[in-house]
Design a protein around this ligand. Structure first.
Ligand SMILES: Nc1ncnc2c1ncn2[C@@H]1O[C@H](COP(=O)(O)OP(=O)(O)OP(=O)(O)O)[C@@H](O)[C@H]1O
Ligand SMILES: [Mg+2]
Length: 309
């Protein structure tokens, strides 16, 4: 098997619906993922993330471009790709008339697992997802988060070489989200590859080694969280109470984000000292902290929206 888990080149997808203008959901997206990597696709609603995932997982055919999964052509030869992957679809639901235990077990059996290993793998996945207590209740009686955990349990139980997870932790409590992160990390340590989408930027930062921001069907930025923050103008945030009255003077230190009478400056470690000197002389209470990935995302995507609009 190829050491590159996924190679997508110049993927384009135009949706055509009768009676409405065509929609260019992907406008030339390329992405390479090495075996064992965890990569997150980020982007605003409608950016094209689900479209990309559906194409990469053989559920949708692109208008043009190519996708290879472990060296197999996902478009010309989807049958050889499907056994290598498992998918948590966006807004997927477990079968309501099955219990989580039946759901996970029967999915593994359908994928060709022998009885014994299907049982062992499903028990382990149910335990990892904290589902043992509800494992024998019909899914229709489960809470929203418990249903979502069942969807994730079904996929992690496969230990498939590559897993596509579209907003896997939506509706989960903060404990459950961390259980998912730990399980996905364990899987990649054992050689699986993960591509996920999420709107939780803390999740992307905690879990993914590499991020790719999609905006209007194109890759806007790709790299680690730290690289993304540098692109946003710095890795530190200096918050100045009453900083609005310092005016344009602040702009030489980095990106200025107004917040009522307060001001946040996204800046670099090299410039922090001089900026603190300024706010000290002005007697303005100031705090320094790391920029969050969410702030960097808002800056980078926001700039792109401004320049297009
Ligand atoms: N089946 C479809 N028919 C027509 N247009 C579609 C279809 N599915 C998606 N689109 C459009 O394609 C674009 C990309 O949608 P997609 O679902 O890939 O976005 P996304 O990045 O996953 O967004 P979200 O974060 O909201 O899930 C959007 O403009 C959407 O309206
Ligand atoms: Mg989506």
């Amino acid at each position: 098997m190829s050491e590159e888990a996924l190679v997508a080149v110049e993927l384009r997808k135009q949706y055509t619906t009768r009676g409405s203008p065509p929609i260019d959901a992907l406008r030339g997206v390329s992405l390479r993922i090495a075996k064992g990597e965890r990569v997150a696709l980020l982007g605003r609603n409608g950016a094209g993330k689900t479209t990309f995932l559906r194409i990469a997982s053989t559920l949708l055919v692109p208008s043009s471009g190519s996708v290879h999964v472990f060296g197999h052509d996902a478009i010309a030869d989807p049958d050889s790709v499907r056994p290598l992957l498992a998918v948590v679809p966006q807004e997927g639901k477990p079968f309501f008339h099955l219990t989580p235990r039946e759901q996970v077990y029967s999915y593994l059996r359908a994928r060709g697992f022998a009885r014994e290993s299907a049982r062992a793998q499903s028990e382990s996945a149910l335990e990892q997802m904290g589902l043992l207590e509800v494992a024998d209740r019909l899914s229709i009686t489960l809470s929203g988060g418990q249903r979502q955990r069942t969807m994730v349990a079904t996929v992690i139980a496969t230990e498939a070489p590559i897993m596509f997870l579209d907003e896997p932790t939506i509706g989960m409590d903060p404990f459950a989200r961390r259980e998912v992160w730990a399980s996905l990390r364990r899987l990649t340590q054992r050689g699986s590859t993960i591509l996920l989408t999420t709107h939780y930027l803390d999740e992307a930062e905690n879990l993914a080694q590499r991020l790719s921001i999609i905006e209007r069907g194109r890759v806007l930025v790709e790299g680690s969280g730290e690289e993304l923050k540098r692109r946003a103008g710095g890795t530190l945030r200096v918050s100045i109470v009453g900083g609005a009255r310092l005016g344009p003077e602040l702009e030489s230190f980095g990106t200025v984000v107004p917040d009522g009478e307060a001001v946040h400056v996204i800046t670099s470690p090299e410039q922090v000292q001089e900026l603190l000197g300024l706010t000290l002389r002005a007697k303005l209470p100031t705090t320094v902290g790391p920029v969050t990935l969410e702030e960097a995302f808002l800056r980078v995507v926001g700039r792109s929206i401004d320049s297009e609009g």
